[in-house]
Design a protein around this ligand. Structure first.
Ligand code: SF4
Length: 310
């Protein structure tokens, strides 16, 4: 059964070539991870551990939470982690992460709103039984408020704070909602909750049944486009400033004159980057960057949970 995730869909939308290299060709490249993705993983792990402890009847102090975070940062750090943005330091990123955790802890202590059903919880949803299409994802935290009311929580460490209308259109948590409604009995309402930790802000949205039906149709259309691209092996490279964060840049034909396939791709990389940057409103690029980093983190999660390749 073909299984898709929001991170796969994001990857295709950001750059079809990257989709091909990552998911179709499964090209092995030297491990490379952006500091933003690394930071996001460490913060997610810390909050996961916090709620697991709370679920077992033990509430760690903020100091304990931060100590565990620092240990994990040190233990997991590798030379594969890189800083792309100029003028930024590793220490600066670590400080941002600690501020995220501290603000979250102070705001939500004693962590007793509802019952946590799972952290990093795998949810699945059959999009189309006839086409055998399945969606899956990992919910950061699923909360049962009782009486059939649920909350899907998602932690974001990005610098960008989206608008309410943007989260009202967000695809990821709405897909999780579809899966939760399928997996649990008597779901009467689902609140989608984003924690923008760097801003100490919580954004909340809900979806109507009609909106979920429309989303399902949109996702099926997008999957159809991806399947057609796969059948025809049509995966154009989408050169943009995001290439600086892409682990496939060393093997990407857009960055290799021998493998270039059209005039745009044949242009020198710096010119292409500048052109791409000018072709989109800055906010679009920022949003794409956040999505790419999020996709990378989710993709790593997919890899960690997936059985080893045969
Ligand atoms: S380097 Fe850029 S164009 Fe090439 S696969 Fe990565 S994101 Fe796409």
């Amino acid at each position: 059964m073909p299984t898709y995730s929001n991170s796969r869909l994001n990857t295709y939308e950001n750059c079809p070539m990257q989709f091909r290299l990552r998911y179709i060709d499964q090209v092995e490249v030297p491990p490379r991870e952006s500091i933003e993705a690394f930071l996001g993983k460490r913060v997610h792990e810390s909050l996961e551990r916090l709620y697991l402890n709370v679920g077992q009847g033990y509430r760690p102090s903020l100091q304990e939470l931060l100590e565990h975070f620092r240990e994990s940062w040190q233990k997991e750090w590798t030379d594969a982690v890189h800083v792309v943005r100029s003028g930024e330091t590793i220490a600066g990123y670590r400080l941002i992460a600690e501020r995220c955790l501290s603000a979250y802890y102070r705001k939500h202590e004693p962590f007793d709103r509802g019952r946590t059903l799972g952290v990093e919880l795998l949810v699945t949803y059959t999009l189309d039984p006839e086409r055998d299409l399945q969606l899956q994802g990992y919910v950061d935290r699923l909360v049962d408020l009782g009486g059939g009311h649920f909350e899907i929580h998602d932690y974001k460490t990005s610098r960008r704070l989206p608008t309410q209308s943007s989260v009202d259109r967000d695809r990821q948590l709405a897909l999780y909602q579809m899966a939760v409604q399928r997996q649990f009995n008597d779901v009467r309402s689902v609140r989608l909750v984003w924690h923008y930790l760097a801003h100490d802000r919580m954004l909340v949205s809900t979806r109507t049944p009609e909106q979920l039906r429309e989303l399902r149709e949109q996702v099926l259309t997008l999957i159809g486009v991806i399947q057609h691209a796969t059948e025809t092996n049509t995966f154009p490279a989408r050169v943009s400033p995001l290439c600086s964060w892409c682990e496939f840049q060393p093997v990407c034909p857009a960055w290799n004159p021998q493998g270039a396939v059209d005039a745009a791709v044949n242009a020198s990389p710096p010119a292409l980057v500048a052109a791409a940057a000018g072709a989109h409103a800055p906010v679009d690029e920022l949003q794409r960057l956040e999505r790419e980093q999020e996709a990378h983190r989710e993709q790593n999660e997919d890899e960690q949970h997936r059985p080893p390749r045969q």
